[in-house]
Design a protein around this ligand. Structure first.
Ligand code: SF4
Length: 511
């Protein structure tokens, strides 16, 4: 539909002799998925939502020819008459702090000049001309940036481990293999702002002493793959990748590797094994990738969102970044809001924001006035946050303390009608399907758990089943080889913890 709207817009601009004055630009995702397709008209920054092809005529004739904003199309009734000069006038955005998503929806991701116009590649220039690798790593450490892929490991520390290794060959890798059900945070950055990733990876290369990077991106993201390819070519043309970046003598190149849709390849050692051309199975750690990673060389791996923060940290400083968020969780976090929520979409909020603010103030609450029951955070590795914890502050430690986790950023909201046993079963089915089968606790244990859960949901549960689930979960968590297996029981454990009565009702009342 968006492409049809674009075609209609171009045709009407041409027939009204406006095609020389007004440019139609395709951007990445704005984040406000529930209100799409979206058209923003500059310089006013008027954001038109739920635009139909039939609305284009009015936008051209009223706004572009007569300078009158089409109020009925402005971002819902949430927006005052005079939308301000930028997207900041839309309530959905005013409550957010967009660092990783700063350019998404603002620039044409296929045009490097637009990225450069918004300070793109300035951080790389600063790093190469004014900083030492040690200072770059110190900046990362002082910023407090932690990995956004799920584990929350401090980025500066990871980089310093790899930098300390003495080796002529080191690698910088990016995990762009986003595979959690309901997660599309990285996709938005890849499609909407691919240069931010390229710039950050070059900065990481300089910091650890690497001249080669790999982006492991899932093949199911064809637009992301295409835009990354275009962005890499453009960066090479501009001397921002290659043998002598910005004439400083620093060499760094990037290649794409396409993942074939295996969730386990998001695990760092499996991802590296897959880049090497083998079946994507995890390897035991230690040795950790910073010591022996890709092809046994020191390597770092960060995810897309982590990298997207880095150029801004370099430009605005560690102190600025560490001033956002909480004591132990700095900066912002991007969430993909889905499930039973009015404003489905992508949001970026300062760490420490409460779940209630995300669900009600930004997400617009639950459709049809239904009650909030729980939110699943962290996808199949995470847990649910029930209504009594709606005021939990979203940061790494607070979420873990209540049995959930930040994860990569999937946030699925459930209303009063949702069966939590079904939710646990849904996530466990996913991990059973995605287990690589290398180690028995995960390969066999999760299957047994799923059999018990299926029995319970079919009304065939027996006394003792809940305890069996807990026992199996405990054993799998402590003995599985990689993070996939170690976290697979989490959705079951957290739903038992908060909604045991629903399990019991299935078993004893056979519902
Ligand atoms: Fe494979 Fe699961 Fe073992 Fe990880 S825990 S190595 S996914 S079988």
């Amino acid at each position: 539909n968006s492409l049809k709207i674009m075609g209609e817009m171009e045709a009407l601009l041409s027939s009204n002799n406006l095609d020389k004055e007004v440019q139609v630009v395709k951007t990445g995702c704005f984040g406000l998925c529930a209100e799409g397709p979206i058209v923003v008209v500059y310089p006013e920054g008027a954001m038109y939502t739920r635009v139909e092809v039939s609305d284009v005529k009015e936008i051209v004739e009223e706004h572009l020819l007569k300078g009158r904003i089409v109020k009925r199309l402005l971002a819902g009734d949430k927006v005052a008459e005079d939308i301000s000069k930028s997207l900041d006038g839309v309530e959905f955005f005013t409550r957010q702090t967009r660092i990783a998503l700063r350019n998404c929806g603002r620039i044409n991701p296929e045009n490097i000049d637009e990225y450069i116009a918004f300070d793109g590649y300035k951080a790389l220039e600063r790093v190469l001309t004014e900083m030492t690798p040690e200072r770059v790593i110190d900046t990362m450490k002082q910023s407090g940036l932690r990995g956004r892929g799920g584990a929350g490991f401090p980025t500066g520390m990871k980089w310093s481990f790899a930098a300390q290794q003495v080796n002529d060959i080191k690698y910088v890798c990016c995990n762009a293999d986003e595979g959690d059900p309901g997660a599309f945070m990285d996709r938005s950055v890849l499609e909407g702002d691919p240069h931010s990733l390229i710039e950050a990876m070059a900065i990481a290369g300089f910091a650890i002493g690497s001249s080669q990077g790999f982006i492991y991106v899932r093949a199911e993201y064809p637009i992301a793959v295409k835009r990354l390819q275009i962005a890499i070519e453009q960066a090479k043309e501009y001397g921002l990748l290659g043998d002598n970046i910005l004439g400083t003598g620093f060499k760094f190149d990037l290649e794409l590797r396409l993942g074939a849709g295996a969730f386990v390849c998001g695990e760092e050692t499996a991802l590296m094994t897959s880049i090497e051309g083998h079946r994507g199975e995890p390897r035991p750690r230690p040795p950790f990738p910073a010591v022996k990673g890709l092809w046994q060389k020191p390597s770092i791996l960060n995810n897309v969102e982590t990298y997207a923060n880095i150029p801004v940290i370099i430009l605005k400083g560690a102190e600025w970044f560490s001033g956002i968020g909480t004591e132990k969780s700095k900066g912002t976090k991007v969430f993909a809001l889905g499930g039973k929520i009015n404003n489905t979409g992508l949001v970026e909020v300062p760490m420490g924001t409460t779940l209630r603010e995300v669900v009600y103030d930004i997400g617009g609450g639950i459709p049809k006035g239904k009650a909030f029951k729980a939110a699943q955070m962290g996808g199949p590795s995470g847990g649910c946050v029930p209504v009594q914890h709606l005021d939990v502050h979203i940061d790494y430690d607070s979420l873990i303390s209540i049995g959930a986790m930040m994860g990569s950023g999937g946030l699925i909201v459930m209303d009063e009608d949702t069966c939590m046993v079904d939710i646990a079963k849904f996530f466990l089915e996913f991990t059973v399907d995605e287990s690589c089968g290398k180690c028995p606790p995960c390969r066999i244990g999760t299957k047994r758990m799923l059999e018990i859960l299926t029995k319970i949901t079919e009304g065939k549960g027996e006394e003792g089943d809940i305890e069996k689930l807990e026992e199996l979960a405990k054993n799998i968590k402590t003995s599985a080889l990689c993070g996939l297996g170690q976290t697979a029981p989490n959705p079951v454990l957290s739903t038992i913890r908060y909604f045991r009565d629903e399990y019991e009702a299935h078993i004893y009342e056979k519902r």
